[in-house]
Write a protein that binds this ligand. Structure first.
Ligand SMILES: Cc1ncc(COP(=O)(O)O)c(C=O)c1O
Length: 406
């Protein structure tokens, strides 16, 4: 008997495990993974694979791993006016983002099910992750990226040998994004490939990897009252919510509020909460790489917010850059702008009095600083590197430490 099955999250009809179109044959709804066996911790395994009993793989020996998961919690301790805030340091994953958890499950499935490889869309981080895990597994990966994807993310993809095209309209406009994702999903289903489209609508099994963030939080920070999550396609947020639903039984925790943080220039969650489909009727206007997704890729974002008592916070790109700067300069944590977006949401809520002082907050720090060189240049602006002679050293040392040495 299989360890898990796929079922429609709306009408609860079972789907065929071989069906990689991932659409309910009855109502067209989003599928979810349901487990038939007991949840057990594999204490000998590292990071995410400790939770193999709750990942959609029959045999963990097929795991394709680069050491993903098991990321630390880092306390934000030099910022005034905030309650207790911790960063879940997802930027410390092997390729620098939380997408490694998803890519690890995806390539493990490719190996176990003897599929040919992966095909997907990417704003960069998912692509960098799946390209690396594809290399690890010896499986081909083909990617369709947004025009304007951050250079470093593209270089990561190219360096690990994946095939990549950039597609006009993808990400930035809703129709182009939906059309590209649907085309890739259909092609993957027809050609024995795994779709790497990081949202529950298109890849419910691979997204199970992102859910393990909630398991780690439930174990390491069971008193957490709110988790702030950046939203692009919405897959991360909805996965963390599903993870907490399972962690409630498994680890006996009370699920926290899940708070969506989105750039005001890509308000798909606002549209969803107003009764829309979670899409924009104009192109995105945020510059934040990773969060330019004009239509949600996950149909359960509203359920996650309502079910957990959470809410939406919209922040400007400038607020995100400020949070990125504060983390770099005051805490020594260098994130890309999307990675600092959750903290921007925490700061915004704290300023408007929406956080109680006794809260225990986690902000998901999703991506590493090196990913976005333009953003680093903005942070470093005004600081130059003067060239000096060895003879000038004593004078420069004097100037650098004036007032702070005896
Ligand atoms: C660094 C970073 N943070 C957050 C997100 C948003 O994740 P999701 O699309 O699952 O909402 C992305 C997506 O690419 C990302 O790269």
């Amino acid at each position: 008997m299989s360890k898990f099955r796929l079922s429609c999250a709306s009408c609860h009809r079972d789907a065929s495990p071989a069906d990689r179109d991932y659409r309910c044959a009855g109502c067209g709804g989003q599928l979810e993974v349901l487990y038939e066996s007991r949840a057990e911790l594999d204490t000998a395994a590292h990071g995410m694979w400790r939770y193999a009993s709750r990942l959609p793989l029959e045999d963990p020996k097929h795991a394709v791993s680069l050491g993903e998961g098991g990321t630390p919690l880092v306390r934000v301790n030099r910022l005034d006016g905030l309650p207790e805030v911790w960063l879940k340091a997802e930027h410390m994953n092997p390729t620098g983002s939380f997408k490694d958890r998803i890519a690890s499950v995806a390539l493990s499935m490719v190996v176990e099910r003897r599929l040919h490889g992966c095909v997907g869309t990417s704003s960069g981080n998912g692509g960098a992750a799946v390209a690396a895990y594809g290399a690890r597994a010896g499986k081909p990966v083909s990617l369709f990226a947004l025009v304007g994807t951050a250079d470093m993310k593209l270089l990561q993809i190219l360096a690990t040998g994946a095939d990549v095209h950039s597609v006009r309209g993808l990400g930035h406009d809703a129709d182009g994004t939906r059309q590209a994702a649907d085309t890739i999903a259909r092609w993957a289903a027809e050609h024995d490939l795994l779709p790497f489209l990081t949202g529950g609508r298109y890849a419910p099994e691979a997204m199970e990897g992102a859910k393990t963030i909630a398991f780690e939080l439930a174990e390491a920070a069971p008193q957490t009252t709110s988790v702030y999550v950046p939203v692009g396609g919405g897959g991360l947020l909805s996965s963390i919510w599903r993870g907490y639903a399972q962690a409630a039984d498994w680890f006996g925790v009370t699920p926290p509020r899940i708070v969506a943080v989105q750039p005001a220039g890509c308000p798909t969650v606002r549209d969803l909460l107003a009764g829309g489909e979670g899409r924009l009727d104009r192109p995105t206007s945020t510059s934040v790489s990773g969060l330019q997704v004009a239509v949600l890729f996950d149909g359960r974002v509203a359920e996650a917010l309502a079910g957990s008592g959470g809410h939406l916070v919209e922040v400007s790109d400038e607020e995100i850059w400020d949070a990125q700067r504060i983390l770099a300069e005051k805490e020594g944590v260098l994130l890309e702008p999307a990675g600092a977006t959750a903290l921007a949401g925490v700061i915004s809520d704290a300023r408007r009095g929406a956080l109680r002082p006794d809260e225990k907050v986690v902000a998901i720090a999703t991506g590493a600083g090196f990913k976005d060189v333009d953003a680093l240049r903005r942070l470093a602006a005004g600081n130059s590197v003067p060239e000096i002679s060895v003879d000038e050293l004593p004078g420069r040392l004097e100037a650098a430490f004036r007032g702070s040495t005896s």
